[in-house]
Ligand binder design. Sequence first.
Ligand SMILES: [Zn+2]
Length: 647
Amino acid sequence: MRLIIAFLFLLALSVPAKSLPYTDGRLTPEIQVEMEKNRFFYPTLGQLNDSLKSLAQRHPSICRLDSIGRSYENRTIYCLEISDNPGQDEAEPELLFVGLHHANEWSSCAVPLFYCDSLVRAYGSDTLVTRLVDERRFWFIPCFNVDGYYYSRDLNHTAWRKNRRPWGGAIGIDLNRNYPGAGAGNANDTWGGIPAPSMASHNPASEFFCGPTALSELENRAMYDFVTARTFRALVSYHNYGEYVLWPWAWAITPAPDGPTIQSIGNELANMIVKQSGSGHYTGMQQGTWYQLCSELKDFAYGYARYTKGEPCYPFGVELGLSLAPDTILLAQISRQNIKALFHLARVIDTAVANTPRIVVAPRIAAVQNGNQYDVCWSPKTAGLANGWRLWEMMKASAVLDTFGTSNPRWVMTGFTPASQGAHSGAYCLVSNYADAAVTWARTEYPYIVTVADTASFWLKFDLELNSDVLFFEISRDGLSWRQHGRFTGMDTTWDRVQVPLVEYEEQSVFFRFRLVTDGDRYQGVFIDDFYPAVAYDSIVQYPGLADTFYYFEKTASGAYYYRVVGYNNQGTGIFSSLIRVDVTMSVAEDRTDIIQPRLPTVVRKFKPVKGVRVFNILGQEVPRPDKAGIYFLRSAQGTDKIIVIK
Ligand SMILES: [Zn+2]
């Protein structure tokens, strides 16, 4: 009931006033007359930007104009922050509302603009709006695809959908197909998957062209940086059309891990938005059950939050109205119905987030070393979340030129197999099965630490349907998010050597992957041979069930030792840390084969400095006087000792 009263109040407020809502005096008199008649219209890009600037200028106490970056044609992508004390981080839940990924879906821009205007108008008079603005941090990007909108709206190419960057003999990339994917660790969830029915494509001329690589577009890179730098608790991306409220996964039919919560919030939102016809409500559904789609914004935001950041985010998509640019006469109904869902989402999101179980995401790992003694330490993203840790020690790494045999201990693969047909060297090469409408792949099982001047190389021949079936060579730091370093399509049936410099990954642990995405026709497929560097470790020791976030080693033999760690809790095994390397060099006389058990740390209440002893925290940073509770390492000529300071 409170919501209804608040909404009626807002309606009363939103009757066009004498003063112009969208102008700071720069618009033509004709447009001003139009705008006075009707608050609901499709602004040109210039009018939109003027409106946002004007709101920020006239209401600096609750509005701040910012930008997430620039487009291919060098236009600013504006975002408007609405909150009390804008620009200040007050630990309030942050919500993001994004319009117009697709240039011809005009009302997806007009609706978020209406939100901005309405929140500002109602602040201070309406209790619900005032409370939400005071207790939440709202961000609005009404027009994400600025170049496309300018072309579609201002230049009157009304059907245009993509951005405006030329690539591969055509113009434009579908910006809602260019995100990295869900990052759930599944090869199918990555950018560039084209599940049937093909609403995504590798053909540059297609309306759904997903780009040459993930994040190939400046616009998507800007959104990626913006979303990953902040902690959004909810996100709504607006599109036209269909009168739907959608939620992740988009890439799969199976529900997302927080499926029941997403579903219930999504259905609540849908049930609030009355259809254009005046009867019935929007339909709520998981995107993947409508049609499957890879590398769109919802899945990226959800997956990144869950698997990489470890801070839940609930993203939704709304398909507004029943056409791409509904008659302006309908905009009032669409806008006023949808803002109810915004209020609801803003009200319930903190409770939903608080009740969301979290997985243990990858901790930072480091070693504090003194000769043959060292502590491997890790720092969880969220303290107290793990029930325990599993530390892996790997020894004697060998990076080899892999000529592929029947047994492939260095690779895990689905749909690729070693075959003896026309290998480049040896008897075997790696061959794709080339199934229809599938994602097949082979990836290195263990991480490899890139050394200086390393270059990945392999021999390749392929026969693929041009721009329908594409092979990617990819590299990942975390096994979740992959970057494309090679794109192969069409035909090249003589063996060629491909080389990929790894300079940007120096000293970092990485995985390599070949991934083939296909549609419905079969050619000969892909042949790969003589891959370098494929890594194998001679021995792997697991230290399970660790409660502490460090482990002490005292080595009696020289060598390179590698470590990675993973936490677990009631959500299962979490995400592995990166791999680190510890080099131990001992004189021959010192080398022994037995391993000394870890020393127990000393627990102290107050730290007293000792001459000649330097103190380091678990990240290896020197801390002269540790005044916080935690684990510290005392380094002296006698070796390293560990203390736990409690308060
Ligand atoms: Zn769209």
